[in-house]
Design a protein around this ligand. Structure first.
Ligand code: NAD
Ligand code: LMR
Length: 335
């Protein structure tokens, strides 16, 4: 294949490289699905020492894909090595919740991981690094990493609510019979947790307001709880948390951040609040955003009815509690 028209290679660091999500994610990154068909990729795969042998097997499979865009694969268990020069950092690896663990235990267990990774990104990543945190609790892990990377502009840290966004589109498509491609302007507000608020108040289906096509009772009693509980439903059905759909959403998140959202539509990303919609500044909360030229803008001035406002308030309250917990544990500063 000719390399004449190719862009400069992009260095992509991925933690949790031997995990379930990475097994879906890495091959799509290598195929060009994330950064486009003209951008070669240098993969930096990170794991804990105990999983490095397994990661070597994943790297062998990546080699065997003979991907024309895959420039190189490096493996490390040291974040200072793995994030060096990274233009994109996908923080997928996290300490999973095990039996008997409360959410507060999960925050405490992940604090040291995201503290160290934030510091390593601060010290060694490329000047233009973009960070996506997938590992749960994603918003607050991103808040910790951001807090430990004072030299990286805060707006480069994000957490993934694109899976929730895609789930919301899928539920609307199923209900109305419209193709997913016809659905635009869906929003996920708040935390990637069961308090998130999937909002179709401004959504359109083939250009028509979604609110003309679905009734309020279905939205309130079916759609909202189904999207909020979808992660749990998948764990119950599959015996493991969503992996391929999470990988696909991570591809979509970075794709749109780097290459832009379609004209007339927006996506959902959890990003540091600038105070929009009354969300406290610095809190990593999901918003509707448009992306262009490698940056994003929170969609301004959307109207929120009382139902929506109450749900936004509830999910933001949960994010504030999580932030306060990790600040009290010494993993992050308040803002
Ligand atoms: P997994 O357990 O299969 O894989 C996680 C991998 O991360 C493991 O191989 C583990 O060794 C590795 N890891 C742990 N700590 C690490 C560290 N400090 N550095 C590098 N690697 C490390 O889990 P998975 O199914 O791939 O899920 C990964 C995370 O994504 C989980 O926290 C899960 O809850 C979360 N998740 C988020 C979303 C979302 O929408 N935001 C969706 C699905 C899953
Ligand atoms: C998901 O939304 O599928 C996951 O975040 C669920 C989980 O708890 O891992």
């Amino acid at each position: 294949m000719s390399t004449a028209a190719r862009n400069t290679p992009v260095t992509v660091a991925v933690t949790g490289g031997a995990g379930q999500i990475a097994y879906g994610l890495l091959f799509r990154i290598a195929s060009g699905a994330m950064l486009g068909p003209d951008t070669p990729v240098r993969l930096r795969l990170l794991e804990i020492p105990a999983a490095v042998a397994s990661l070597e097997g994943v790297a062998m499979e990546l080699e065997d894909g003979a991907f024309p865009l895959l420039d190189s694969i490096d493996i490390s268990d040291d974040p200072w090595v793995g994030f060096a020069g990274a233009n994109v950092a996908l923080l997928v690896g996290a300490r999973p919740r095990t039996a008997g663990m409360e959410r507060s235990d999960l925050l405490a267990a992940n604090g040291p991981i995201f503290t160290e990774q934030g510091q390593a990104i601060n010290a060694s990543a490329a000047d233009d690094v973009k960070v996506l945190v997938v590992g749960n609790p994603a918003n607050t892990n991103a808040f910790i990493a951001m807090s430990n990377a004072p030299d990286v502009p805060a707006e480069r840290f994000s957490a993934m609510t694109r899976l929730d966004h895609n789930r919301a589109i899928a539920q609307l498509a199923k209900k109305t019979g419209a193709p997913a491609a016809d659905i635009a302007r869906v929003t996920i507000w708040g935390n990637h947790s069961a308090t998130q608020y999937p909002d179709v108040g401004h959504a359109t289906i083939a250009g028509r307001p979604a609110l003309e096509l679905v009734d309020e009772a279905w939205l309130r009693d079916d759609f909202v709880p189904t999207v909020q509980q979808r992660g749990t439903a998948i764990i119950q059905a599959r015996g493991a948390s969503s992996a391929a759909s999470a990988a696909s959403a991570a591809i979509d998140h970075i794709h749109d951040w780097v290459l832009g959202t379609p004209e007339g539509d927006w996506t959902s990303m959890a990003v540091p609040s600038d105070g929009s919609y009354g969300v406290p500044e610095g809190l990593i909360s999901s918003f509707p955003v448009t992306c262009a030229d490698g940056g994003y803008t929170i969609v301004p001035d959307l109207s929120l009815d009382d139902f929506s406002r109450a749900r936004l308030t509830a999910t933001v309250a949960e994010l504030e509690q999580e932030r306060d917990a990790v600040v009290d544990l010494g993993f992050a500063k308040r803002g």
